[in-house]
Ligand binder design. Structure first.
Ligand code: ADP
Length: 305
């Protein structure tokens, strides 16, 4: 080996070890960020739970001491606590998905049924904004996956379609089999996403800085969760969107997919896991129902105002 070659080799080894050290450092910082998020979210949640509970109690005005105006003001406190609580849940979700404990609990289920149930439970959100929601699912789509997490993914996408579309928009959810793969598309005739923003849309904390968006509360974490969960299932999520026309999010999941490495320890169809998944799913549905109820109350309050 010539002297130059030996020098080059030494240089490239040094670069490599520097890169390795950087990567270990980045991983450490990332882990610290995740545990910080988990800790902060947890610490915020405890006082918020008691704020919500006491506001609920006061708002009932059992003693009759509160004026109508004061009860309305308590309604504002309650709505804002609910908003904070949603933000905290999102923060907890993102710290969880980055942790190694974030694994899938797979069972077999019908994707069309999940979509149908979500459309029914989220329809009031669309109706409150004078939007139309259409569901197209002509066949059963049996898949093996984490039902609770897939439910959350589809729910995030439908909620986004509602949030980022004006009155009169149409939101269409379609499930189908495509060459043996399960496919679900969530299409809206909403504000759309620019080509530049599409590049970053699945990154955690990213939000478009359009005028319509300023009004819409959010954390920019929903799509990061979508991307992570779908890829853990060995699937793919894609986006087609045009400003002023609307957006289509398409998720493809391998039909009856085998466990991916990240889920290797999880055996499908174990009764215990099923009941865990059912419990988690019930929690999500309860959270959605609460959200729908709050939105209904909010629009009733707006109408009354
Ligand atoms: P959040 O809704 O909390 O901001 P998301 O990660 O779900 O977080 O979405 C990130 C951003 O992507 C949103 O802030 C919004 O700008 C944009 N977005 C997501 N879904 C849509 C959609 N269906 N139509 C237009 N913009 C969307």
């Amino acid at each position: 080996m010539s002297h130059e070659q030996a020098l080059e080799l030494a240089e490239s080894r040094e670069k490599q070890s520097l890169l390795e050290a950087k990567s270990v450092e980045l991983q450490r910082v990332n882990e610290a960020k995740s545990s910080f998020l988990a800790m902060v979210s947890h610490e915020l949640r405890t006082p918020l739970t008691s704020i919500s509970a006491y506001t609920d109690l006061l708002e009932r005005n059992r003693t009759g001491n509160l004026s109508e105006k004061q009860v309305r003001q308590l309604g504002v406190v309650k709505r804002n606590s609910a908003h904070l609580s949603r933000l905290i849940s999102d923060l907890l979700d993102i710290s969880k998905i980055e942790s190694p404990e974030f694994t899938l609990t797979k069972t077999d289920f019908d994707l069309s049924e999940v979509a149908q149930e979500l459309v029914e439970s989220l329809e009031p959100l669309a109706i409150a904004k004078d939007q139309h929601i259409v569901s197209i699912s002509n066949e059963k789509i049996p898949i093996v996956g984490d039902k609770q997490k897939v439910t959350q993914v589809i729910s995030n996408l439908i909620e986004n379609a509602v949030k980022y579309s004006p009155a009169d928009a149409t939101i269409t959810i379609e499930t189908l089999l495509n060459n043996g793969d399960a496919e679900i598309t969530i299409n809206d005739t909403g504000y759309g996403i620019s080509k530049a923003d599409q590049e970053q849309i699945f990154e955690a904390f990213f939000r478009s800085r359009t005028e319509e968006n300023w009004e819409v509360p959010g954390t920019g974490l929903g799509l990061a969760l979508v991307k992570r969960v779908v890829s853990m299932h060995g699937g793919n999520v894609s986006l087609e969107s045009t400003i002023g026309i609307g957006s289509t999010f398409r998720i493809t999941l391998p039909k009856l997919s085998a466990a991916t490495p990240e889920t290797g320890t999880n055996t499908p169809q174990v009764d215990e896991e099923k009941s865990e998944a059912d419990k988690a799913e019930a929690m999500i549905l309860a959270r959605r129902q609460k959200m729908v109820k709050l939105t209904e109350q909010e629009s009733a309050a707006n109408n009354a105002a």
